[in-house]
Design a protein around this ligand. Structure first.
Ligand code: ATP
Length: 621
């Protein structure tokens, strides 16, 4: 062990005190200056390898009482070369003779600086115009500070690497295609990368004032997803991610993201990642819409329609067809009123087919066939989980009819609370799904039909007056068959042509007596009733001429007329009531099906129900 004498100690002390507060570049400068001043040598420097191992650059260079900046030099032909090979070198004098490039330098002392693994990083050196005799204390102090300088150089290298890797990480974080957000437990943003800002419509300045949950819309479906997302954080990361629905901060547009989040080790922050899946979700929605449309169209294909054919030449029908042609060219709402079976649906289809919307769908809703609790969601659709039983999202008939026509049959059956929404939708031309909050714009023409006296329903407060006038912009009335008995031969021919081939019969026409009988009948069930009678007559026919006897006309209905005629005091309603009751009792109150009362009465089950309500007919007991 080398004993420390007092002069060594004072040098040591001076350098230690001079460099105590400094780190990094400052430390190097303070080291060379203090070392020179404490040892009395004029010049000194710390240098590290430049890019090539044959060159060095100074980290600090002290010369004749001043610092020189950014010195760089080639090693060959200098005393430094040997030092950087890893050797301690001391030339007490004669440097300029040994190294002709180093004119004016007399003496040199250099020591390599190594990293932890022994690799040379640079060197610390002193040089002078005076000789530098060998002094133990000088070497000793010099070596101590060389290892201190090496440690600092090492640290600077690591710091630099750390800075680079942090910068690389930041760039990666910022430019990653996946969105990253660093947020606190209340989802207040601390940091968000470019992808996150882009997806969420948030600017860099808005990051500190943004809270993730405030971007989730206040709909039952979106909030349920949010709860699911937080539950997945509690459980640990869900590898499949959770789908969340958000609104962009800038324009409020909906975005859907697949979201993963994890609590950081401190437990105070969330590291959240997400990707934008809006395009995928919109495609799924479009697909669902097409599926729904497909399902609806399948049903429609099954139902039979006489598309173009509205048969008849009577003045009453001609006037109706004339109005149909005129109103078809416009987008006006049409209300078709008429008795059951007079062809209201046929007229609605004719308006659609003659309109500019004919390439788009005509969607029908029979309001009497739906339980009142489901009408709203059938019309407007619903979001997943909007009410008990709503498992999947459903697209409503208004959405299906986009660009086309919506035909609301038996509109008088719509409950009052849905009438309010319908009115608003027709006025504002936009609606929301049940349980949803996103307004959906629509371009749909509305045609409605009813066999009720709607104005009477308005007077009875069963139908909103404002909605009535909205729907009744262009009223049409389908005449009952008894007011156009002259159309019966034409209709009968048309119907024979329709049914006979299907039933495999060859029928020429209707016998003269039968035709007279048909034209004397008063047709409470209108054309639907005529259809049924002709179809039945074809089934029963033995020859090419149809014979329709009085017994083939529904005797019971004929009774109504005779009863009504025979008993002037009895109102038609009372007679109808008695008759319906009688048929219901015969069918044991079965309404639908081949043995049901509706079939016997030649009316639709929905119409029968409606009449029962109107005439206050209830099943006893
Ligand atoms: N002028 C017509 N020419 C040919 N067929 C007709 C005519 N009018 C109605 N029909 C036929 O009569 C049947 C009943 O017509 P539609 O369903 O349109 O009547 P509706 O008034 O809508 O009845 P409801 O009020 O009971 O719904 C249908 O099969 C239809 O094709």
């Amino acid at each position: 062990m080398h004993p420390v004498d007092s002069s060594e100690f004072s040098v040591l002390k001076a350098v230690v005190e001079g460099t105590a507060q400094a780190t990094g570049g400052d430390f190097m400068r303070s080291l060379v200056r203090n070392l020179c001043q404490a040892t009395g040598v004029a010049n000194g420097f710390v240098a590290e390898f430049a890019e090539a191992k044959t060159r060095v650059r100074s980290l600090a260079f002290w010369m004749d009482g001043d610092f020189l900046d950014g010195q760089e030099w080639d090693l060959p032909g200098t005393p430094c070369e040997e030092v950087l090979r890893g050797n301690f070198c001391h030339y007490p004098s004669g440097v300029s003779q040994l190294f002709p490039h180093e004119q004016g330098v007399e003496s040199y002392l250099g020591v390599p600086l190594r990293d932890g693994a022994g690799e040379v990083l640079g060197h610390l050196a002193l040089f002078d115009r005076q000789p530098m005799p060998e002094r133990d204390n000088l070497f000793y102090v010099f070596k101590i500070f060389a290892s201190r300088a090496a440690a600092e150089l090492n640290r600077l290298g690591i710091e630099q690497q750390l800075r680079l890797s942090e910068q690389r990480f930041r760039e990666l974080f910022d430019e990653a295609p996946i969105a990253y957000v660093h947020e606190d437990k209340d989802t207040r943003f601390l940091q968000a990368n470019q992808a996150a800002l882009r997806i969420l419509g948030v600017t860099a300045e808005q990051v500190p004032s943004t809270q993730g949950i405030s971007l989730v819309p206040n709909t039952p479906a979106a909030q349920a997803r949010l709860r699911e997302a937080f539950a997945s954080v509690e459980k640990g990361t869900d590898s499949a991610g959770v789908v969340l629905e958000l609104r962009r901060k800038d324009d409020g547009w909906p975005v859907w993201i697949r979201w993963w989040s994890k609590t950081d080790p401190s437990g105070r922050f969330l590291r959240t990642m997400f990707i934008d899946i809006t395009a995928q979700i919109l495609m799924e929605q479009e697909q669902a819409k097409l599926q729904e449309q497909n399902r609806y169209l399948q049903e429609e294909i099954k139902a039979e329609h006489n598309f173009e054919e509205i048969v008849g030449r009577s003045p009453a029908l001609r006037s109706l067809l004339n109005q149909v042609q005129r109103v078809a060219q416009t987008d006006a709402s049409v209300l078709i009123q008429g008795e059951s079976g007079t062809g209201k649906e046929l007229v609605a289809r004719a308006i659609h087919s003659a309109s500019k919307r004919k390439q788009r769908p005509l969607i029908k809703v029979n309001c009497a066939a739906l339980p009142s609790s489901l009408i709203e969601s059938e019309l407007f659709g619903h979001e997943k989980g909007a009410f008990t039983g709503a498992i999947n999202k459903r697209i409503g008939r208004f959405e299906l009819a986009e660009g086309g026509t919506l035909f609301l049959d038996e509109v008088g059956e719509i409950p009052l609370e849905v009438q309010v929404k319908l009115l608003r939708v027709i006025q504002e031309r936009e609606f929301e799904r049940v349980g949803g909050q996103t307004p959906i714009k629509m371009d749909v023409r509305v045609i409605t039909a009813t066999n009720r006296d709607l104005l009477q329903e308005v007077a009875n407060k069963n139908f909103r007056e404002d909605l009535f006038y909205r729907l009744n912009v262009f009223p049409l009335a389908t005449p009952p068959l008894r007011e156009r008995l002259e159309d019966i031969p034409l209709l009968a021919d048309f119907l024979i042509g329709k049914f006979a081939p299907k039933l495999g019969k060859k029928i020429n026409g209707i016998g003269a007596e039968s035709m007279r009988r048909l034209q004397r009948y008063h047709w409470p069930g209108n054309i639907r009733e005529l259809e049924n009678i002709i179809e039945r007559a074809i089934i029963l026919a033995d020859g090419p001429w149809l014979e329709i006897g009085a017994e083939q006309l529904p005797g019971s209905v004929a009774d109504i007329s005779s009863a009504a005629l025979g008993n002037a005091a009895a109102s038609l309603d009372a007679v109808a009531r008695d008759h319906i009751l009688q048929v219901l009792e015969q069918t044991r109150w079965v309404i639908e099906g081949p043995q049901g009362a509706a079939q016997r009465l030649q009316i639709k089950p929905s119409t029968l129900r409606y009449r029962m309500r109107k005439l206050d007919i209830r099943k006893p007991g």
